[in-house]
Design a protein around this ligand. Sequence first.
Ligand SMILES: NC(=O)c1ccc[n+]([C@@H]2O[C@H](COP(=O)([O-])OP(=O)(O)OC[C@H]3O[C@@H](n4cnc5c(N)ncnc54)[C@H](O)[C@@H]3O)[C@@H](O)[C@H]2O)c1
Length: 269
Amino acid sequence: MLGEDSRVSVVTGGALGIGGAVSRRLAAAGDLVILNDIDADAADRAQADIKAAGGRCVTVIGDIVEDETVSKVVAAAEGRVDVLVNNVGDFRPAAASFQDSTPEQWQRLYELNLLHVFKLTHAVLPAMIERGSGSIVNNSTVEAFRGIPQHPVYAAFNAGVSAFTRSLAVAVGRHGVRVNAIAPDLADTEQTPAEWMRRGYDEGLEHTWVPLARFGEPDDYAAVVAFLASDDARFVTGHTIPVDGGTLAASGWFVRADDQGWTNRPHRA
Ligand SMILES: NC(=O)c1ccc[n+]([C@@H]2O[C@H](COP(=O)([O-])OP(=O)(O)OC[C@H]3O[C@@H](n4cnc5c(N)ncnc54)[C@H](O)[C@@H]3O)[C@@H](O)[C@H]2O)c1
């Protein structure tokens, strides 16, 4: 049987970005990784990397919103999932303002950010409960906690991810299943490349908006996912951990570009 002697970890969107780092990190730690992704080429590349590093990885190609893909993931895991990382999420199917957005866009945002989390968790949870152990780590966003004017619908569904995380954790804790989430900000990934985030904002001024003075690398987030999935987090459940370089803590405060302290007021360099 697959993974008889090691953890079986499912990672959705496990080829690129944060999910890509999670797959590689969990496989490097010895997990058999069931890597779901919609991008077959990227999934093949991630699988090749993992195998070249001596790890084990099975790919399941498909849109995780689709029931068929969910069934394929469950089948690939052969009834045992120790770790489920619901990583897929995207802010992009949206207009630049809520007033210009459409119900079709809200629906796709719902599917990509929240519905698949319900679907795959629902499919995997009974076996975790039966085994009396399991760890689920969802990928939310800082925008579940802080306003983002251009993406209120994305923010709402990710607040849903964090609320689901809390409530499910309370419900299933006594069965040995933990449920947590991370809330990333400013990850340099295919979805939000650092160059795009800068958009002409002067290089070298990262310290004015990120207290840790840089954008995040995918493995910065994967490290926290791996911790939450691990036995080191055995008494942690129901939480969404911000992985944001300190932006939520700063919460609207920015270092002045002239280095004369911090400001929470509109500021000219
Ligand atoms: N990048 C950031 O700064 C940031 C900030 C906050 C939250 N997040 C969250 O982190 C998660 C990962 O973000 P990222 O920046 O690494 O994304 P990304 O777009 O760079 O990578 C996403 C991966 O998921 C795959 N994927 C996309 N849609 C899929 C689908 N329907 N089914 C299966 N696979 C699919 C892609 O092919 C890709 O491999 C998302 O939930 C996102 O909302 C990211």
